[in-house]
Design a protein. Structure first.
Length: 298
C-alpha cells in the first residue's frame, strides 16, 4: 500500500489532466508552464547548490552536492514527451539523486519538440557527453539518467555514441522510461484507470511533435525497443506498478537482458509515473533512490 505522501504526485497529475482536458486551445507556451510545476512534489535537497552552465553548446543546470566527487557525473535528461519539462523542473530531483549517489549532475535543457524534432534531443545529449569527456571526465564515470522521455534519451544517447564509434557511459538509469512510439503497450489499457497522467491522446500528440513526418516510429534511436543492446552499459530501470507505461520498462528490461546486459528492474507497488519526483517527501521515492545508490556503488 502506498504512503499518504505519495498522493501529492497523483493529485498534481490529476490537476494537470483536468486542465488539459478543459483547455482545447492550450498553447505550447502554457503547456510548458504547466509541466514546469513538476518540481513541486520534490522537497528541496539540503546541502546541494546549483549552477547554470553551457556544456557542448547545450545549456543546463548543475546540481552540486556538498562533498560530491566532481569526477562522477550524472548526465540527466528531463522528461516531458520531448516537448515540455526543463532543467528547472527537474533540478531538485537530480539534486537528490546526485547527493545520494555522491556524484554531481548536469540537467540538460536540450532542444525540445515540435520546434526541434528527433534526433535533436539525442544529438544534444551526445554533445554534452563528448564535451564532458573532452574536459577530462572518464566515460565510465558518466551515467546517463533520465525520466519518461528523458529515460528514452538516457538509453538512446549510449546507442548513438556506440553507432558513432565513441566511448559509452559506465551505466544508465531510466525512471519510468517512455520508449514505445507505436503505443503498443498492454498497460496503456490495463493501467488506464490507475495512471493519473498518461493517456493515449497525450502520447499521440507528443509522438507527432517529436517524430514529425520523416521519422519512423520503429527507428531505434527514437524507439529503443527496436535497438540492438549488444555491449550496452549496465542498466537500472524503475517504474510504478499502476502507471500506463509500466510495460515500456519491463519490455526494455527483457530486451536488454536477452542481449546479455546487466539489468536491474525495480517496480514499486502503487506508484505513479516517475515516482522519484517524491524525493524528500515520500518514503517510496527515498527508498528507491537509496536502492539506486547501492546499485551504483557496486
Amino acid at each position: 500500500m502506498s504512503s499518504p505522501e505519495s498522493d501529492f504526485l497523483r493529485d498534481l497529475y490529476a490537476d494537470w489532466d483536468q486542465i488539459l482536458n478543459s483547455t482545447p486551445d492550450l498553447t505550447t507556451r502554457l503547456f510548458r508552464s504547466i509541466f514546469d510545476e513538476w518540481h513541486q512534489p520534490t522537497r528541496e535537497p539540503e546541502e546541494v547548490t546549483y549552477k547554470e552552465d553551457v556544456i557542448g553548446g547545450v545549456p543546463g543546470i548543475w546540481a552540486l552536492p556538498v562533498g560530491a566527487d566532481r569526477s562522477k557525473v550524472l548526465l540527466y535528461t528531463h522528461g516531458g514527451g520531448f516537448s515540455v519539462g526543463s532543467a528547472s523542473s527537474h533540478r531538485k530531483l537530480a539534486g537528490h539523486v546526485a547527493k545520494t549517489l555522491g556524484a554531481t549532475a548536469f540537467v540538460l535543457d536540450y532542444r525540445r519538440a515540435p520546434e526541434h524534432p528527433h534526433p535533436a534531443q539525442v544529438e544534444d545529449g551526445v554533445a554534452v557527453f563528448e564535451a564532458l569527456v573532452d574536459a577530462g571526465i572518464d566515460p565510465g564515470d558518466i551515467t546517463t539518467i533520465g525520466d519518461s522521455a528523458g529515460g528514452n534519451l538516457a538509453v538512446s544517447i549510449p546507442l548513438a555514441l556506440r553507432k558513432l564509434g565513441r566511448p559509452v557511459p559506465g551505466q544508465v538509469i531510466a525512471f519510468s522510461p517512455w520508449l514505445d512510439m507505436e503505443n503498443k503497450g498492454e498497460t496503456l489499457a490495463s493501467n488506464n484507470d490507475t495512471d493519473a497522467l498518461i493517456t493515449v491522446p497525450l502520447l499521440e500528440g507528443m509522438i507527432a511533435g517529436v517524430l514529425g513526418d520523416s521519422v519512423r516510429p520503429d527507428e531505434p534511436l527514437a524507439n529503443p525497443l527496436y535497438a540492438d543492446f549488444a555491449d550496452f552499459p549496465r542498466l537500472y530501470i524503475n517504474a510504478g506498478s499502476i502507471e500506463a507505461l509500466l510495460d515500456n520498462a519491463t519490455r526494455l528490461a527483457d530486451r536488454a537482458t536477452a542481449a546479455g546486459v546487466d539489468v536491474m528492474l525495480s517496480v514499486v507497488e502503487g506508484m505513479q509515473h516517475v515516482f522519484p519526483f517524491l524525493a524528500g517527501r515520500a518514503p517510496e521515492a527515498d527508498e528507491e533512490i537509496n536502492r539506486i545508490a547501492e546499485w551504483y556503488r557496486n
